[in-house]
Design a binder for this molecule. Structure first.
Ligand code: GH3
Ligand code: MG
Ligand code: MG
Length: 494
């Protein structure tokens, strides 16, 4: 839904859209107000809940501050239908519009646009804003009664209180409902829908039974109102805020309707305490449901973020940051596991060690960043040359290691040849580098991870010694030759 942005000029098409928004808002406000007036009047009371104030706040939040005339119009028309003079109706409309604007400004400042409340504190702040802003329309209505009629102070207090309560409850019950439903549809699973039905039916049935006086005489309905709370808590723990807000609104509607009709536990107490009990009940239901739901949502988001961070950390711990290949630590763990498996399943595992030839020259001539880029490109080339079951690692510096489970000496050698050729073919692009490769195979070359890596390294050393840019497979070499070869980082150049 596009909001009307304050300060933006409105085009003619925009004017039509704006006017239609005002009209829809005025009609919605008027309908909600008439519903409340009708429910209250049919029972001979003032409206106990004023859903129109919730409609007004939600619409101003969603459509922008400029739609306030829609609130004014709807409220003024509703006032006219209850015999208010045109001036009084205009002033009442102004009070309602100001209430919606003040509430919307405060909500936007403190919470943002709460299509659903993200934190428990947001709900508490929202309720506080509802209580605060409702004083505006209540004060305007009371002032209009005070002047010129000068009624008794109790009547003024009563008017202020009932109007304040009705507006505050209207905002707290209805605004979250509209805001939540305005956020697009989220598809729930069939199982979740079934669970929702299993919860909603007994909750609404219990509310109906308690508030409609249809319980057997030996069951006192007043203490039984507490039965509704665990059901509301269940909904808050298990469902999205939209469902929770809807269930809250239905429970409150049933309770208010029967109470205004003179039925249920709150209607039979001392006259005058009924609105207070209704306020206590509805606010307990709504605040408990929404706060708990927001806190549960907050907690599950935090757990999700933590799990994601943990996953990223784990990934980072086993990856080389430059090439994103696995690092040496992972290579050791993986190779150990693979050799255990290979022994158990009696299969071969090949290790290919790769070292770029004269790589120092790249750094020396083109700079370290160009050298880094070559390493990244070689890593990408290696990834293209491995199968799903193989892994490619950056052993360190400009050395790479491939582990090929279930490979024969021939297949590993031909894979190494293909890589050697590919690096040679791309060497123009790779700043002239070529690669030397050494292949060793389990169990012929060695049976332990470190020994197998050493064997592949020795083969690589032979390739370096024979002019580089070639593949050698491990063969037992005289001890004197091996002794010439210190382990990384520096290799003797042949
Ligand atoms: P050889 O053919 O004998 O392997 O010669 P070489 O120059 O490749 O071998 P040497 O091991 O002497 O040099 C490797 C060089 O790789 C040294 C170092 O500056 C460079 N190097 C190591 N790690 C990195 C890195 O992360 N980025 C860059 N740009 N260079 C690196
Ligand atoms: Mg090198
Ligand atoms: Mg090297």
């Amino acid at each position: 839904m596009d909001a009307v942005v304050p300060g933006r000029p409105i085009s003619s098409a925009g004017s039509v859209a704006y006017a239609s928004r005002l009209f829809v808002l005025a009609a919605a406000y008027f309908a909600a107000a008439k519903l409340a007036l009708w429910a209250g009047a049919s029972a001979g009371h003032a409206a106990a809940v004023w859903p129109a104030s919730g409609v007004a706040l939600a619409c101003v939040l969603l459509l922008g501050y400029r739609v306030w005339p829609g609130v004014w119009l709807g409220a003024a028309l509703a006032a006219i239908t209850v015999q208010a003079s045109p001036i009084d109706a205009a002033l009442m409309g102004a009070g309602s519009a100001l209430e919606a604007l003040v509430a919307a400004v405060l909500v936007r400042r403190c919470i943002g646009l709460p299509r659903s409340f993200g934190r428990g504190e947001d709900v508490v702040e929202f309720v506080a804003i509802a209580a605060l802003s409702s004083a505006i329309a209540a004060t305007v209505a009371t002032a209009l009664l005070a002047w010129p009629h000068s009624p008794a102070p109790q009547e003024l207090t009563w008017t202020w209180w009932t109007r304040w309560q009705a507006d505050a409850m209207g905002i707290v019950i209805v605004a979250p409902l509209i805001l939540n439903w305005s956020g697009g549809s989220a598809k729930g699973s069939r199982q979740k829908t079934l669970e929702m039905l299993c919860l909603a039916v007994p909750t609404l049935a219990a509310t109906q039974a308690i508030f409609s006086d249809s319980l057997p005489a030996y069951l006192p309905s007043l203490p039984l109102t507490f039965v509704i709370l665990p059901l509301v808590i269940w909904a808050a723990l298990r469902f999205a805020q939209r469902e929770v807000a809807t269930l809250n609104a239905l429970v409150c509607a049933i309770a208010v309707w029967h109470t205004l009709e003179g039925r249920g536990p709150f209607a039979s107490v001392l006259p005058g305490t009924m609105p207070l009990l209704l306020l206590a009940f509805t606010s307990t239901v709504v605040i408990t449901g929404l706060v708990l739901n927001a806190v549960v949502g907050e907690r599950s988001r935090a757990i999700e973020a933590l799990a994601q961070a943990l996953k990223t950390l784990r990934e980072e711990a086993i990856r080389d940051p430059l090439t994103n290949l696995y690092n040496r630590r992972f290579l050791h763990d993986y190779l150990s596991r693979e050799l255990v498996r290979a022994k158990r399943e009696d299969i071969r595992v090949a290790v290919i060690m790769i070292d770029l030839d004269h790589f120092k020259r790249v750094n020396d001539t083109a700079g370290h960043s160009a050298g880094d880029e070559v390493l990244v490109q070689v890593a990408a080339l290696l990834k293209r040359h491995i199968r799903g079951s193989d892994i490619a690692c950056r052993f360190g510096g400009e050395e790479f290691t491939l582990v090929l489970p279930n490979a024969t000496l021939q297949s590993a050698r031909s894979r190494a040849e293909a890589i050697c050729l590919a690096v040679r073919e791309e060497s123009g692009y790779l700043m002239g580098v070529t690669a030397s490769l050494g292949v060793a195979i389990f169990p012929e070359a060695a049976t332990e991870p470190d020994a197998l890596l050493r064997a592949a390294d020795q083969a690589l050393y032979q390739a370096k010694g024979r002019g580089r840019n070639q593949v050698r497979t491990f063969s037992r070499v005289p001890a004197s030759v091996s002794a010439l070869r210190p382990r990384t980082p520096k290799r003797a150049h042949g």
